[in-house]
Design a protein around this ligand. Structure first.
Ligand code: NDP
Ligand code: ZN
Length: 351
């Protein structure tokens, strides 16, 4: 089969690979719509996962089931499905401990474009198909459905981790597609004031549509200072991080009220340590909690998130700025994701 892969550090290209084999609990899909992720960029151009050779990229897409294993009960060839970025082993001990996303070891549920070939391929292997796949509701187009693989579940997870609740103030650091979904997630959980941090005008526009009340640019000076100024020195109840780097945590801690919480979904692609400022962390006693997590997968979660789209609570299609038709355009879409032109939020390739 043909696939688009990381050939080595800083290098991508088309490769021929053997077709995947469908085990008894598995499914094989053909791609219907695919999207690249900033994480693919961290993987190839920042070497965040280390050296990889001919690893097929991609973990966001909608597929059509073409084969199922003997023990798969709920899916049949022809079904159009959401292929989640995270596909845990649901029988693992980590899953029984409540963290399927870490099945088989830390981050082990992230298989596509990490520990096994990703979705930018003519045939895609899905483990534990009954537990990991979800039917794409007919009301949702395959392009929009791609946002259910990773952007929506990840962005919404930030609010879950930080436990945003009614009337709270929230700062969302980074308003790329993940941060935009953080904004919408916080609004749906009842946040009052939502301050978005970013600079691309297209992202600012969509952030406002999703319910951001204020926008701050990190290019105008330290963001903690700006947020403290805007809040009469009080800071915010919750900080959701979907952009920046290891130093961003220092800003987040500074702008957080005592008792507040950070929900980080940003992938720290470089740097050895995260800096936590001693004084602003209440010399260790400020009750400022830091959570960081990979999006949880699972069919039920995917179905619930899809129902939010069906019932008009969120429209992730606002984030799709570039549309392509034809598998070959995956290459162009990945390049766009790397270069991040001013008018880009998210590209999608319809196959
Ligand atoms: P983008 O690059 O599109 O967006 C990043 C955002 O951060 C932009 O708004 C950018 O501003 C802003 N930003 C950049 N530098 C800074 C800074 N120094 N301080 C504050 N804000 C800054 O990324 P995505 O939205 O696609 O992804 C966000 C992160 O989430 C990535 O690291 C990605 O790998 C990760 N991720 C994590 C997952 C998980 O499960 N935990 C899953 C998927 C992705 P500007 O407007 O200027 O561009
Ligand atoms: Zn991703």
């Amino acid at each position: 089969m043909k696939a688009y892969a990381m050939l080595g550090l800083n290098e991508t290209g088309w490769v021929e690979k053997q077709d995947p084999v469908c085990g008894p609990l598995d499914a094989l899909c053909r791609p219907v719509a695919l999207a690249p992720c900033t994480s693919d960029v961290h993987t190839v151009w920042e070497g965040a996962l280390g050296e990889r050779h001919d690893l097929v990229l991609g973990h966001e897409g909608v597929g059509e089931v073409i084969e199922v294993g003997d023990l798969v009960e709920d899916f049949v060839p022809g079904d159009v499905v959401i292929m989640p970025a995270i596909t845990p082993d649901w029988g693992s001990r980590e899953a029984q401990r409540g963290y399927p996303v870490h099945s088989g070891g830390m981050l082990g549920g992230w298989k596509f474009s990490n520990s096994k070939d990703g979705v930018f391929a003519e045939k895609i292997h899905i483990n534990d198909a009954d537990a990991n796949l979800a039917l794409l509701p007919q009301e949702i187009s395959p392009e929009t459905g791609c946002m259910l693989s990773d952007m929506m579940p990840t962005g919404f997870h930030a609010s879950e981790m930080a436990k945003v609740t009614f009337g709270e103030s929230v700062c969302v650091i980074g308003i790329g597609p993940v941060g935009l979904m953080c904004v919408r997630g916080a609004v749906l959980r009842g946040a009052s004031r939502v301050i978005g941090v970013g600079s691309r005008p297209i992202c600012v526009e969509v952030a406002r549509e999703y319910g951001a009340t204020d926008i701050v640019s990190y290019k105008d000076g330290p963001i903690a200072e700006q947020v403290l100024d805007m809040t009469d020195g009080d800071g915010v109840d919750r900080v959701l991080i979907a952009g920046g780097d290891v130093d961003t945590f220092a800003e987040a801690i500074r702008m957080l009220k005592p008792g507040g919480a950070i929900g980080n979904v940003n992938y720290l692609g470089s740097g050895d340590s995260v800096r936590i400022p001693r004084l602003e962390w209440g010399v260790g006693m400020g009750h400022k909690t830091i959570h960081g997590g990979l999006m949880p997968g699972g069919r039920l979660r995917m179905e619930r998130l899809a129902s939010l789209i069906v019932h008009g609570r969120v429209d992730p299609s606002l984030m799709i700025t570039h549309r392509f038709e034809g598998f070959d355009h995956v290459e162009e879409a990945v390049r766009l994701m790397k270069d991040k032109p001013q008018d880009l939020i998210k590209p999608v390739v319809f196959i």
